[in-house]
Design a binder for this molecule. Structure first.
Ligand SMILES: Nc1nc2c(ncn2[C@@H]2O[C@H](COP(=O)(O)OP(=O)(O)OP(=O)(O)O)[C@@H](O)[C@H]2O)c(=O)[nH]1
Length: 424
């Protein structure tokens, strides 16, 4: 009897052990099952088993609420995160690539680069625009000079027309005297005579002998061009337009955004550069303009660029401040390379104000050329004559609009023809 009881007890114990083992095996299978599904679900079930993405998939799936399944599955499931989980949180959105990338960010290329029209091709269009905007001066003078009766009153009107066009007092006096003398000698005048006479005198004042070429190339190094001027005159725009002209001519350009006073100026310059493929060197807002200029020149030398164009701030806070800033830029740049060209940008619509600015800037830095912007919006083309007299440096470029190619080399004959109209 005792033997029977012993056998029954052993049998019960065996059944219990077998039951425990089987139960534990079953629990283990069900726990692994959902993890695999969750992973496959996150990745869309596309990864082959054993792929790199498959190992990353050990992270708990992310729910739309931002919670993970592990968060919801009770204390036991959360507290032992897999090492990969800590290193790399699971993406909420399926990654497009199975491979986690350690490569630097690749910025996709901009829209295709602009290919600006060569300078020559655009001159005809710009001349027409110049002629339109300057007609008040030319037509007014021609009407007066080709009239039958050139009396004192008419001469006063000629004088007033020249002054209103910002030719300046000294140049106006000279011109009126010369015109009076010629009409006295010539006697009878036709409209064609008047035009020819006016053309000659204007051309004499504008000057045909000055070297108006831009110094944008230098042997064995990049040419360095500083662009200075008061804010709002069109400095940054002019830098961009010059870059386009140069690129159209097959040159490589580096732009230096040394106008660190206004962050948008650097953005603006970068946009201009980006469109034609010129590199832009910029600093943080408020950075030292001289250091940005230095870096731009350094980059230009490293890249064997043809030209480095440096846009400066030129706030007229104080004359001393302006001088300090510009002389520092020139000095710092000069440690690496001579400065080949210093272009002063003046807004032709500001008339006498432009002359005041011109004076201040010439005291701060040696200007080698003038860019007169916004000649499209004014009949005050006489400022060309006044500025050249004031500074003794040539106008080299003129701005004739806001468009990217609305900058033209200044050609005295074309300019005067636009003023007086074609003789044909
Ligand atoms: N009509 C016309 N507008 C121009 C011309 N050149 C520049 N502008 C405009 O003048 C405005 C000022 O130009 P910017 O190049 O920003 O002037 P800036 O001197 O660099 O000014 P800051 O960056 O503030 O120092 C812009 O709206 C230009 O589009 C031009 O020849 N004709």
């Amino acid at each position: 009897m005792e033997l029977v009881i012993l056998i029954v007890l052993i049998a019960v114990a065996l059944v219990g052990v077998v039951g425990l083992v089987a139960g534990s095996a079953l629990r283990g299978r069900t726990r692994r099952g959902p993890r695999g599904l969750g992973h496959a679900g996150r990745r869309g079930g596309t990864e082959p088993p054993g792929s790199v993405a498959g190992t990353l998939g050990d992270a708990p799936p992310v729910l739309p609420t931002g919670e993970t399944r592990a968060d919801l599955s009770g204390p036991t499931a959360v507290r032992a995160p897999a090492p990969v989980e800590e290193a790399e949180p699971a993406p909420a959105v399926p990654a497009p690539s199975a491979e986690p990338s350690a490569e630097p960010e690749i910025v996709s290329p901009r829209t295709p680069l602009d290919v600006p029209a060569p300078a020559l091709g655009r001159m005809v269009r710009l001349r027409a625009r110049l002629a339109r905007s300057q007609n008040a001066l030319g037509r007014g003078l021609l009407a007066l000079l080709s009239g039958d009766n050139l009396d004192e009153e008419t001469w006063e009107d000629v004088e007033a027309t020249l002054l209103v066009a910002d030719v300046g007092v000294a140049a106006t006096t000279e011109m009126v005297e010369a015109l009076r003398e010629r009409t006295r000698v010539l006697g009878a005048r036709t409209a064609a005579d008047a035009r020819a006479m006016l053309r000659d005198e204007l051309l004499a004042q504008v000057g045909t002998a000055m070297d108006r070429s831009l110094r944008t190339s230098a042997p064995d190094r990049p040419a360095i061009v500083l662009v200075v001027g008061v804010n709002g005159t069109g400095k940054t725009t002019t830098c961009g337009k010059i870059a386009r002209l140069l690129v159209a001519d097959g040159r490589s350009v580096v732009l230096g955004a040394a106008d660190t006073f206004r962050a948008a100026a650097a953005d603006q310059l970068e946009t201009w550069g980006g469109r034609v493929g010129a590199t832009t060197v910029r600093g943080a807002e408020g950075a030292d303009p001289a250091s940005v200029a230095f870096e731009a020149v350094k980059r230009g030398i490293e890249d064997s660029a043809d030209t480095v164009l440096v846009d400066t701030a030129g706030r007229l806070h104080t004359k001393v401040g302006l001088m300090d800033e510009l002389t520092k830029i020139k000095r710092v740049v000069g440690k690496q390379s001579p400065v080949d060209e210093v272009l002063l940008v003046l807004d032709s619509t500001t008339g006498q104000n432009a002359l005041v600015q011109a004076r201040v800037f010439t005291e701060a830095v040696d200007i080698t050329g003038v860019v007169l912007t916004k000649l499209d919006g004014t009949a005050k083309g006489g400022i060309v004559i006044a500025v050249q007299r004031e500074l003794g440096v040539p106008v080299k470029l003129i701005g004739l609009g806001e468009g990217p190619d609305d900058l033209a080399p200044f050609e005295p004959e074309a300019f005067v023809d636009a003023l007086v109209g074609d003789s044909a």
